[in-house]
Write a protein that binds this ligand. Structure first.
Ligand code: NAI
Length: 480
């Protein structure tokens, strides 16, 4: 029986390995992590991450051919194939701080593999890493190799949170990069054989190592660029009276462009887009390509601009101050169907409003109060460095309240701010919400989920990203 071990039981390691275990009953899969609470949760009825369909997959294989453990060394020692799916955050200090990938976690995993291995192994980069990382990993492994043969493969993960199980069951493609040597080809084939249990052969792409590593950064940069492009258009739509949904539809029907990923919003979030683009920018700079670096940097600048623009619009519409006004925040996760708040635009929007002394009442169906308080107390980039967690500031705690119901959040509020596109927000009784709010009552829809016209009929003043402004908002132009 082939044995797989995956180091890192996070958003990628957990679901990916659960699906491999489900689809390959002849393979034993162990997912290991240094975090005791995370592994305890994976072994309990309440999994550490929320992902539609994940519970069922885990329940079917856990204890049969899928195991979660903190005994990292034992499982690495026994494995034929070791996936490394640890976090690769942005460096917060030292050379490349604020841009480069921090490979501390990766390096320590590689050193541990070198220490405990007694048999040949295929080591698979599952984490998103800078191009040429495999070379560094190879050096760590072979310098300590004791005659062991290691083959390094790059197998970046393209799943999207919220649809991870669907994406893993039916991937657009699986990408495997390896050394172009007989041993490298053999290792690529071994990993292909795993995916071939359920992925059609023509969707398993093989490339050299550097192409596979770079493709992941490139794919995320292209995706984020689409969002920044439509968001840039949304600002122009508001200024000219065009409607961004109509523009996006007209643009997206061109088959060369396509309709997906063209929704204007308050901005993109999630653990990957910003970090991977910053990493790409850093790699360009290190390779003497400042113009290319500058080009990709704009994607992040527009994203920051969009979040600021949203806050400025909100404050300026409400007589230029939100001091001591209750603002209801509906949605805190970076997108629907996940409880993940890493780099969520809600953090910047809430911090912006708190900076103007607002009182926030936050409701998200999947995010706990503790998580929200922690997110709002942390410095940029610290979220992925657990050791640098800071104590919560007493002012934040006082000004932010989270509740478990949208109606409670909006009671007596001056404004409602929609920051995540949860389906349930479309079905809210806005008449009931309006009746219980302060007047004038505002809705700032950062995801274009509500029917603005219906809300205006109720009496709300409504701002929808990239849509024609109503008279009130026109009279109070936001300064970006
Ligand atoms: P995560 O933070 O949820 O999980 C990483 C896990 O690795 C943590 O539980 C941590 O305790 C563990 N870990 C760190 N060092 C370790 C060590 N030395 N030994 C054992 N465990 C260790 O991160 P996530 O979201 O799963 O991301 C992992 C990688 O996958 C990152 O490089 C990310 O960029 C990439 N990725 C993430 C996607 C996502 O949607 N979250 C999608 C595609 C790629």
């Amino acid at each position: 029986m082939v044995k797989i071990c995956c180091i890192g039981a996070g958003y990628v390691g957990g679901p990916t390995m659960a699906v491999i275990a489900l689809k390959c009953p002849d393979i034993e899969v162990a997912v290991v992590d240094i975090s005791v609470p995370r592994i305890t949760a994976w072994n309990s009825d309440t999994l550490p991450i929320y992902e539609p369909g994940l519970d069922e997959v885990v329940k079917q294989c856990r204890g049969k051919n899928l195991f979660f453990s903190t005994d990292v060394e034992k499982h690495v020692f026994e494995a034929d194939i070791v996936f490394v799916s640890v976090n690769t955050p942005t460096k917060t200090r030292g050379l490349g701080a604020g841009k480069a990938a921090d490979l501390t976690y990766w390096e320590s995993a590689a050193r541990m593999i070198a220490d405990v291995s007694k048999s040949d192994k295929i080591v698979v980069e599952k984490s998103t890493v800078p191009v040429k990382t495999a070379e560094a990993i190879e050096k760590i492994l072979t310098h300590n190799s004791k005659g062991i043969n290691y083959q390094i493969l790059s197998n970046p993960e393209f799943l999207a949170e919220g649809t991870a199980i669907k994406d893993l069951f039916n991937p657009d493609r699986v990408l495997i990069g390896g050394r172009e040597t007989p041993e490298g080809n053999k290792a690529v084939q071994a990993l292909k054989d795993v995916y071939a249990h359920w992925v059609p052969e023509d969707r398993i792409l093989t490339t050299n190592l550097w192409s596979a590593e770079l493709s992941k950064l490139a794919a995320n940069a292209f995706l984020a660029q689409r969002i920044s492009s439509v968001n840039a258009m949304s600002a122009l739509c508001e200024a000219t009276g065009a409607d961004v949904s109509q523009v996006a539809y007209a643009v997206g029907t061109d088959s060369r462009i396509g309709p997906k990923f063209l929704n204007a919003s308050v901005g993109f979030g999630g653990s990957c887009f910003q970090k991977d683009i910053l990493n790409l920018v850093y790699i360009c700079e290190c390779n003497g390509l400042p113009e290319v670096a500058e080009y990709w940097k704009q994607v992040i600048k527009i994203n920051d601009y969009q979040k600021n623009r949203f806050v400025n619009r909100l404050v300026s519409s409400m007589f230029n101050t939100v001091a001591n006004k209750k603002i209801a925040i509906l949605g805190f996760a970076f997108k629907k169907d996940t409880g993940d708040t890493r780099e969520t635009p809600a953090i910047d929007v809430c911090k912006g409003l708190l900076g103007d002394k607002a009182q926030l009442s936050i409701y998200d169906p999947q995010v706990t109060d503790e998580q929200i308080q922690r997110d709002l107390s942390m410095n940029k980039f610290d979220w992925d460095h657990p050791l640098h967690l800071q104590p919560m500031s007493p002012t934040t705690v006082k000004k932010v309240q989270s509740v478990w119901d949208a109606y409670e959040a909006t009671k007596d509020a001056h404004a409602v701010c929609i920051l995540t596109e949860w389906d349930e927000f479309k079905k809210l009784d806005f008449k009931r919400i309006y009746d219980n709010m302060q007047k004038p009552a505002f809705v700032f829809d950062g995801r274009n989920v509500v029917d603005a016209e219906k809300l205006r009929e109720i009496g709300f003043i409504v701002y929808s990203i990239g849509k024609p402004l109503d008279a009130w908002l026109k009279d109070m132009p936001a300064v970006a």
